[in-house]
Design a binder for this molecule. Structure first.
Ligand code: F6P
Length: 324
């Protein structure tokens, strides 16, 4: 293999730049040409390729976002779109791909590989931490620290005004961000899509806290919870509480996707970037690189996307025990 392409796709995540840097520099180290593909699959379809040198990735390890830009491509979901992308890659002499993203990115990469056979290795880059085959995804650590910083601040005002806050964090299908923030932020309860916590249980927990003289409370809600979003859940509990709490809702939103990556995310991205190029050059394809128990792993896209990575019950129990 003489020339590879690297791209970021789907929701951006802090640490993607560190991963791009690692991919580019490892390729150069291995004497392989490397091309940046702009705006994910849209750029592949449009042939938006930029040659990358070592200096192209200087001074980006500390930056959030992605210098290659990102997109959620509708056109790549069609066979015609993927065919155009394949033709562009052929024209540019790109023989292998490194895809940095989450489950949507890898679903596209898998179909593309099956149809056109371009060897592809994925690097898990998503704040959601919802991919099987890796303990952590790039961006998760930064996102939980960003959310935690906001939660600590909300706690101050919640305490001053004796308020009950529902704080919504990201995670369409996954409660990883919520559970981490719930434990580290000392929440009363965490509502996650993986487990059913009923409104009755929530009301009971808040009421118990009130009887134990709690004057303010924080509930963390993952955006994908089956009881609804934070506003909907707040509306469902209002009127059922013993305490005279004033209720407020705060949705943290896209702030969780930005910012300078933590040391942990930069190191993870650097390790996975190197591992991905090495895997591609050693003939591995249609797989994602990950880290399990601090060791590099290679997991088929199929498993990364579809196998469950359940939140440990121990973590869910922890919130209940510690909020007593
Ligand atoms: O997958 C990352 C993520 O931030 C999810 O947590 C969230 O549901 C989604 O992306 C938001 O997507 P968008 O940026 O397209 O609104």
């Amino acid at each position: 293999m003489k020339k590879i392409g690297v791209f970021t796709s789907g929701g951006d995540a802090p640490g993607m730049n560190a991963a791009i840097r690692a991919v580019v520099r490892t390729a150069i180290y291995k004497e392989i040409e490397v091309v940046g593909i702009l705006r994910g699959y849209n750029g592949m379809i449009g042939g938006h390729f930029v040659p990358m040198q070592s200096h192209s990735v200087s001074n980006i390890i500390q930056r959030g976002g992605t210098i290659l830009k990102s997109a959620r491509s509708k056109e790549f979901m069609t066979y015609e779109g993927r065919k155009k992308a394949f033709e562009q890659l052929q024209k540019a002499g790109i023989e292998g791909l490194i895809a940095i993203g989450g489950d949507g990115t890898f679903t596209g990469a898998k179909v593309f590989y099956e149809e056109f056979g371009i060897p592809t290795v994925g690097i898990p880059g998503t704040i959601d931490n919802d991919l099987y085959g890796t303990d952590y995804t790039i961006g998760y650590d930064t996102a939980i620290n960003t959310a935690l910083d906001a939660i600590d601040k909300i706690r101050d005002t919640a305490d001053s005004h004796d308020r009950l806050f529902f704080i919504e964090v990201m995670g369409r299908d996954s409660g990883y961000i919520a559970i981490a923030c719930g434990i580290a932020g000392g929440a009363e309860l965490v509502m996650v899509p993986e487990t059913l916590t009923t409104i009755d249980e929530l009301v009971q927990t808040i009421n118990q806290g009130w009887r134990r003289s709690k004057t303010s409370s924080i509930v963390i809600v993952a955006e994908g919870d089956e009881e609804g979003n934070a506003h909907e859940i707040a509306a469902k509990v209002a009127g059922q509480l013993e305490g005279k709490y004033d209720i407020r809702v705060s949705t943290l939103g896209h702030i969780q996707r930005g910012g300078s990556p933590t040391a942990r995310d930069r190191i993870l991205a650097s390790r996975l970037g190197v591992a991905a190029v090495e895997a591609l050059l050693s003939g591995k394809q249609n797989i994602m690189v990950g880290i399990v128990n601090d060791e590099i792993t290679h997991v088929p896209f199929e498993d990364a996307i579809h196998k469950e990575k359940p939140i440990r019950q121990e973590l869910i129990d922890l919130v209940r025990i510690l909020s007593i």
